[in-house]
Design a protein around this ligand. Sequence first.
Ligand code: F6R
Length: 257
Amino acid sequence: MKILIFPDVATASAETARRILATLAAQPCAVLGLATGGTMKPVYEALRTALGQSPATFTSFNLDEYVGLPSTHPQSYAYYMKTQLFDAVALPSAQAHLPRGDAPDPAAEATRYEAAIAAAGGIDLQLLGLGANGHIGFNEPTSSLASRTRIKTLTHKTVTDNARYFGPDEVVPRLAITMGIGTILDSRAILLLATGAGKRDAVARMIEGSISAACPATALQLHANVTVLIDEAAAANLKLRDYYETVHPGGADEIYT
Ligand code: F6R
């Protein structure tokens, strides 16, 4: 794992966006794996500014979607992506993939989605956030480290964390379709962005803990091309922080990984 520690959220997010743009410059038709959530908003803001109404040539597959929500629901991840990125960069809808939350048969939808990723040639660059409980995508603790795209039941903590985005009378979904950990590990390269003190325990477990389904993000230790971008607050519990900062001062990317 390459661990890059930045002074603040703005610099960590800007570097994440810069790396995505560098991938697109080298490979305009790249297949991107995309994440949602609060952490990614500054990244998508930077991509909107840099890419403009091009239209975009990449193909994207999002990590996850709530079961039961149509793409028009303001809390659906399809709606998030439309408003945060897709409309602004004029990504043709045939190139923008998310699991269909309102599919009549969610299990069949998960199988179809996994096959669609394979049919596109797999993911060149996967963007990940990190749950405070160590989840990646919606692979909650105890998810199989070999799992493929499927339906997952969200933990009570994830449901309550997400409740702030829903109206008081709305039911917060308890199920999601998510790429599996095995699906994520098949990506050719991975960028994980985590910022803020609320992620410091999960960041330390992911990087320095034992590989375990109890913290799904530890599975990333098995991938040969993972770059973790964090701010100082998220780095606070790392025992080997001095080492990471010696190898990559200020988040600089050296040849030694
Ligand atoms: C969402 C996703 C999740 C989030 C994670 C962090 O597509 O994959 O794993 O990345 O829950 O969410 P925020 O950034 O809101 O803290």
